[in-house]
Write a protein that binds this ligand. Structure first.
Ligand SMILES: *Cc1c(COP(=O)(O)O)cnc(C)c1O
Length: 384
């Protein structure tokens, strides 16, 4: 059976993976080698040097491509490494349109690294795709979108953006980290490239840093693969193995994250200690209808703004949980809590941050897959 015909969970377990041809090992071996034997110069079994290609990584790239229904997949040594490769498609003078509440590290790379190379970035409100149009000119080469956004869970209409990008011949890339391919497939909605921080839901166990790019466009893939091998942000075989293992339960984990997410969001909404809850599953979320259309569930990422809490009180609350661990990152089996203003989003200037709603009394929850009774008891214990 071709993996394109399989359902999601079957792909997560099997795509790209065959019993090992030399031993019959059912699990893809960790090919811990930097180089491969050549019978005569250039005559090898498809693998020459492991920066370019390694069989453990190839299995993972095929599996991730299958999960996004993409023709091609590339794995990077981090999500930032993957984003870096996409920006390297550009040349000085080119312009990028992107959202104004991006992941902090992406904002930092765009403004502190690539702006110095003569690439211009427009950070705009993407709640309506029409907002893009005034920023388009002959130099616009890339539209970079994150949805749901981090940490305020704003929803960007992927199909709406794709239509505009197509009309103006702009490459359209979506950071699909927060939704995961279980909940959303941007290529189906017209995106050209999907980027993942594999570190998060895909790896799922908070033990690997990795990124990925998926595309069905042969030309884009060739250019990205060239950058991948030339610039060298490629992951090792052990990390590739850990992600292959994590992926085997992606569908089961995501189902549990979504179920727990619904209960936590509803518990927090209207709680007397809380001023605001950001979660795309609420019918009064400004882009709930688009979320419902492009996502198959709302995931486990929820942000809250505490009522009348200064920095100290916010810190005290963030540190008081027992089931939620205070830490950066998200998407693992364990529940995490994060203070974006001083942790994940500290590299964004305060004024920019607050414009995007990332205030000092905002906390971001990554709801894990522990028993919901224990998660709710932890929230009740701390919030009352
Ligand atoms: C974590 C994250 C990244 C960066 O990925 P790394 O694997 O940490 O390099 C990019 N985008 C989003 C939305 C993220 O959450």
């Amino acid at each position: 059976m071709n993996h394109h015909q399989m359902k999601f969970g079957t792909k997560a377990i099997h795509a790209g993976q065959e019993p090992d041809p030399t031993t019959g090992a059912v699990m893809t071996p960790i090919y811990q080698t930097s180089t491969f034997w050549q019978e005569s110069p250039g005559k090898h079994k498809g693998y020459a040097y492991a920066r370019g290609k390694n069989p453990t990584r190839t299995a993972l790239e095929k599996c991730l491509a299958a999960l996004e229904d993409a023709k091609h997949g590339l794995c990077f040594s981090s999500g930032m490494g993957a984003t870096d490769a996409v920006i390297k498609l550009l040349v000085p003078g080119d312009e990028v349109i992107t959202g104004n509440d991006l992941y902090g590290g992406t904002y930092r790379m765009f403004t502190k690294v690539f702006a110095n190379y003569g690439i211009k970035f427009h950070f705009i409100d993407l709640s309506n795709p029409e907002n893009i149009i005034p920023y388009i000119n002959s130099k616009t080469k890339l539209l970079w979108v994150e949805t749901p956004t981090n940490p305020t869970m704003q929803i960007v209409d992927i199909a709406g953006c794709a239509a505009i990008a197509k009309t103006h011949h702009i490459t359209f890339a979506v950071d699909n980290t927060f939704a995961s391919p279980y909940l959303q497939n941007p290529l189906h909605l017209g995106a050209d490239i999907v980027m993942h921080s594999v570190t998060k839901y895909l790896g799922g166990h908070s033990d690997v840093i990795m990124g990925a790019l998926l595309t069905s466009n042969d030309e884009l893939h060739e250019r990205l693969a060239f950058i991948h091998n030339s610039c060298g942000a490629t992951p090792g075989p052990m990390d590739s193995f850990l992600v292959l293992r994590g992926l085997k339960t992606l569908h089961l984990r995501m189902k549990a994250h979504c179920e727990n997410g619904i209960q936590v969001a509803n518990f927090l909404k209207g709680h007397p200690m809380i001023e605001k809850v950001y979660w795309p599953g609420f019918t009064d979320h400004p882009n709930h209808d688009i979320a419902k259309k492009q996502m198959r569930g709302f995931g486990g990422m929820i942000s809250i703004v505490l009522k009348d809490a200064d920095m100290q009180k916010t810190f005290d609350i963030a540190s008081a949980f027992k089931v939620f661990t205070l830490a950066e990152s998200l998407g693992g089996v364990e529940s995490l809590i994060n203070h974006p203003a001083t942790m994940t989003h500290a590299s964004i200037p305060k004024e920019e941050r607050e414009k995007a709603g990332v205030v000092d009394n905002l906390l971001r929850l990554s709801v894990g897959v522990e028993d919901i009774e224990d998660i709710l008891a932890d929230l009740k214990e701390v919030l009352g």
